[in-house]
Design a protein around this ligand. Structure first.
Ligand code: PTJ
Length: 258
């Protein structure tokens, strides 16, 4: 698909193309395309750039992942299509495991995603086939099936782009859940321990940068960040930002002049 270099919505269209390509490769579920549209809408409201509330959440997330004993990055179809190399890089920097976990689970898609991640440098991908032999209690979707070496024993789980019920179940198991979700009102955003209200395509590269920076800091520095973190405040800041932005826009000249 050719998108002219000077198209005013080029970046957004290129991201969309990655999803479509991912769908054609068998990585993304058809529902994943709809989920992306919802994300795009919130990104428009946020202003399509990483805001201070997201930076604060990213810092807390990286601190939590670096302090974790068993950090795991959970990967679904959309994440695999949008940021495969970045996920592998982040896992390497954090010394975290990568696990495929799908809502619309099929064996073909699990395997396609694992292969795609290995092509992007992953040494090991958990959660495929028989490896997903453990079960998250009180969860009835296909997301309940997890690896006994991964999400089951994880103390901190990063869940980019979720669909609600699993975050709650993982929290009930006592795990720290870090969500990346453009919708600050979603159940996932509200149930997570730390919510990064940003697009995965911006959040994951920034997490890699922060990990490299924070790895050089003492443990006490990371613990202090986590102690001072308040997820409710972050979600409020995200909504205030959208609110203020809409107020400003609604008082400005919206018509594009030619
Ligand atoms: O690959 P599977 O089978 O695990 O399925 C993945 C999807 C995403 C289809 C599944 O988890 C799902 O249905 O998710 P939901 O309930 O549509 O929620 C996805 C959330 O991610 C929504 O709140 C979107 O606003 C948000 N979102 C979409 N695109 C992005 C995003 N958040 C961050 N970055 C994005 N690029």
């Amino acid at each position: 698909m050719f998108i002219p270099p000077n198209h005013p919505r080029r970046t957004s269209l290129l991201i969309r193309e990655k999803l479509v390509e991912g769908f054609k490769k068998g990585l993304v579920a058809p529902e994943g395309l709809i989920a992306h549209g919802r994300g795009e809408c919130f990104d428009y409201l946020i202003g399509e750039s990483t805001q201070p509330f997201a930076v604060k959440a990213i810092e807390a997330a990286v601190a939590g992942l670096l302090l974790a004993k068993h950090p795991v990055i959970s990967v679904n179809g959309n994440t695999a299509a949008l940021v495969p190399g970045e996920i592998v890089e982040l896992a390497r920097e954090l010394n975290a495991k990568i696990e495929v976990n799908l809502f619309y689970r099929t064996r073909e898609r699990e395997e396609a995603i694992a292969k795609w991640l290995r092509e992007h440098g992953a040494q090991e991908v958990l959660g495929v086939g028989e490896d997903a032999s453990a079960t998250i209690p009180e969860l009835f979707s296909e997301r309940r099936r997890v690896s006994p070496r991964g999400i089951l024993i994880a103390d901190v789980v990063l869940v980019p782009l979720e669909d609600g019920d699993r975050t709650e179940a993982l929290r009930k198991m006592g795990k720290t859940v870090i969500a990346i979700d453009l919708n600050p009102l979603s159940r996932t955003a509200r149930a997570a321990s730390i919510t990064i209200v940003d697009n995965v395509v911006r959040a994951i590269p920034l997490m890699i940068e922060k990990t490299r920076e924070f790895k050089l800091k003492p443990k006490s520095y990371l613990e202090e960040i986590l102690r001072n973190y308040d997820n409710n405040k972050i979600l409020q800041e995200a909504l205030t930002h959208i609110n203020e932005r809409l107020k400003q826009l609604s008082n400005s000249n919206l018509v594009i002049q030619f």
